[in-house]
Design a protein around this ligand. Structure first.
Ligand code: PMP
Length: 385
């Protein structure tokens, strides 16, 4: 075990600097086009910026309530009702968080005890596993099956034990762009009914879904919703990942436990932004048009690289596109991503760090939430290779 001065051992000995930080730094050092980290380079709506300014000037600058301001919880409640037909009480079943990441962390902390098992699907968003371990839980991995990154529910069934406390799903899925279907939700229901298993449903890309697919929010399924905590993020929806604003939806009994950990991690989050978001969300077009907007970006990027030697793995949601380079090189994905950055001036994210076993399928993740000229420059490089 790694030791520090004074003989203090690391609680996360195998965790290093995240691959996102590594690739972004490398992109910066080599002046490369950065399609690695997942953030948009579009402007935040000036209307939203003005609203924040307005609420700051009006003096909304002190602590918000621990649960979040009521108008924002009401706005989320009506959005969820309109879009998914579910009812969440703004008082008792909705909470504002400092982004999706804090929501995930506080949920796991609230419910996972020593030796509890948590099932996650790999490739997986990088925060799940360390937080489970920090709470002395056991991470159980099921790999999504290629070529379309689907869940093998038979495998999941076999992984369930009396110690299974939680299953974490993520749809639309980072990094694959896969989305869960109604049939997946039915399988999940069959597996969990008659159990005490909780579900953490990471839905931060709920408004980025393509090809006329329906976002299968877990709240559409009442049987599943009663055991689920749903995580959302305003950063993805309003091109403002740097604001770190998110929310949790859960039935009252789960929400009251969640609030016990949430209140001691952040207590409450940015007050003027909450007021601004509550007002901004009154105009539904501020989020309902997002899928079409991003689908256009995806289609533009894919069309530009169609003639390249990279194999395009269809992305049905998120702002990520996976490309398989196995016809070009046998290098490890991390090595190839580094070479692509240094020699060709284009940074992407290798997918193996999203796996505990560093499974290498020769796939890189590219973020297409970028302006046309950036995508054009990136595509030009990819087509030359
Ligand atoms: N879950 C997934 C799958 C994500 O990709 C991200 C952001 N990269 C988050 C959660 C965290 O969202 P936030 O930026 O709001 O903390």
């Amino acid at each position: 075990m790694e030791k520090f001065p004074g003989n203090i051992s690391s609680k996360l000995p195998n965790v290093g600097t995240s691959i996102f930080a590594v690739m972004s730094k490398l992109a910066h050092e080599h002046g490369a086009i950065n399609l690695s980290q997942g953030f948009p380079d579009f402007e935040v709506s000036p209307v939203l910026i003005d609203l924040i300014h307005k609420y700051m000037k009006e003096g909304h600058n002190q602590y918000a309530p621990m649960t979040g301001i009521l108008p924002l919880r009401q706005a989320i409640s009506s959005k969820v009702h309109d879009m998914y037909g579910a009812n969440y009480d703004p008082e008792t079943e909705i909470n504002i968080t400092a982004g999706g990441t804090q929501a995930i962390s506080s949920i796991i902390e609230a419910f996972v005890r020593e030796d509890d098992e948590v099932i996650i699907f790999e490739p997986a968003y990088d925060s799940y596993s360390p937080v489970i371990k920090l709470n002395n839980g056991m991470v159980k991995h099921s790999e999504l099956k290629l070529p379309d990154y689907h869940i093998d529910w038979n495998e999941v069934k076999k992984m369930i034990t009396s110690r299974t406390r939680m299953i974490i799903i993520n749809t639309p899925h980072n990094p694959s762009g896969a989305v869960l279907r109604e049939s997946d939700m039915k399988e999940l229901n069959t597996i969990t009914e008659n159990s005490d298993i909780l579900i953490l449903s990471d839905e931060v890309y709920e408004h980025l879904i393509f090809d006329d697919l329906r976002h299968e929010s877990i709240c559409r399924y009442p049987q599943l919703a009663k055991r689920s905590l749903i995580v959302g993020s305003f950063g993805k929806t309003f091109h403002a990942t740097g604001w770190k604003m998110g929310f949790v939806l859960a039935p009252e009994n789960l929400m009251s436990e969640f609030r016990k950990t949430h209140q001691f991690i952040v207590f409450s989050v940015n007050t003027p932004i909450q007021y601004a978001l509550a007002e901004f969300m009154q105009d539904k077009s501020n989020y309902t048009g997002l899928s079409a907007f991003y689908q256009e970006r995806r289609d533009y990027f894919v069309k530009l690289i169609e003639g390249s030697r990279f194999r395009i793995i269809p992305s049905h949601g998120t702002y990520f596109q996976l490309l398989d380079y196995s016809a070009i090189s046998k290098e490890k994905d991390l090595d190839y991503a580094i070479r692509l950055t240094k020699e060709f001036g284009l940074a992407a994210i290798p997918v193996s760090p999203f796996y505990q076993q560093k499974t290498d399928n020769k796939v890189l993740r590219f973020c297409f939430a970028k302006k046309n000229e950036t995508l054009e420059k990136a595509a030009e490089i990819l087509c030359k290779i």
